[in-house]
Design a protein around this ligand. Structure first.
Ligand code: TYD
Length: 223
């Protein structure tokens, strides 16, 4: 990657705690690197992306190809207007989901070839890939239980309702991608307590970025 910033994505199934872990890592990276930190997400990291998010997750049924293109359109706009400018400023950008979510979710639906889905997003983003991708891996059944216990989560979105078999295929797709590109991915067991998972995320990300090993006590940055 040519930009001076640091681009990190979080991936995993629904309800594995990505947004919490992404936020905690972002806070910590800001402290240890002194850089600006931009926390964002897909779909919906921009105003246009929020419109696309509502349409794709809460609207009428969307054809599989149209759905893949909507995620890619969200990603194209997100990268062009938010992610790349931040990286050019030298920021740390931590995104809750990126291209691998499209490959895992749209590809795991089996109607679309994973290679096609990936190519569309690479075109959309002019090939921008994260320096590090953190896979928060958890059994989808455990993740569903965790989600149900989160207060005020509201009605499940369309993909969340599709079921256990789909969730299992998505998990396998993420694990396969991580295994085939080990230099980019770190895989962290997401079943533990928030602070324990975050401590492991920090150790693994620090190692990939060549930062010093984090001091124990990951909970400090939660405030
Ligand atoms: P997200 O907001 O991360 O929800 P959760 O916190 O429940 O994981 O993602 C919303 C949904 O969007 C999620 O079910 C996965 C789906 N998604 C795709 O299918 N393709 C994509 O490219 C992206 C970014 C998300």
């Amino acid at each position: 990657m040519d930009e001076p910033g640091i681009f990190i994505s979080f991936e995993g199934g629904d309800g594995v705690g990505k947004s919490t872990q992404a936020r905690l890592l972002g806070v910590w990276l800001g402290e240890v690197t002194g850089r600006e930190v931009v926390l964002t997400r897909e779909p919906g990291g921009t105003a246009l992306g929020q419109v696309l998010r509502d349409a794709v997750l809460h609207g009428d049924h969307v054809d599989a190809r149209a759905e893949a293109l909507m995620y890619a359109a969200d990603r194209a706009h997100h990268v062009a207007t938010l992610v790349r400018p931040a990286l050019e400023r030298g920021a740390v950008v931590v995104t809750d989901r990126y291209l691998d979510s499209s490959v895992a979710y749209q590809g795991a639906g089996r109607e679309l070839a994973a290679d096609d889905v990936e190519r569309i997003s690479l075109w959309a983003t002019r090939g921008l890939m994260p320096a590090v991708t953190v896979l928060l891996d958890a059994d989808p059944v455990l993740a569903a239980e965790r989600r149900a216990s989160v207060e005020g989560k509201g009605a499940p979105d369309r993909l969340e309702s599709v079921g256990a078999e789909f969730a299992a295929r998505v998990r396998e797709a993420f694990l396969d991608r991580a295994a085939s590109e080990p230099h980019r991915w770190v895989v962290v067991d997401a079943a533990g307590a928030v602070d324990d998972v975050q401590a492991q995320v920090r150790v693994d990300v620090a190692a990939r970025l060549g930062l010093g090993a984090p001091t124990p006590g990951a909970a400090e940055a939660r405030a």
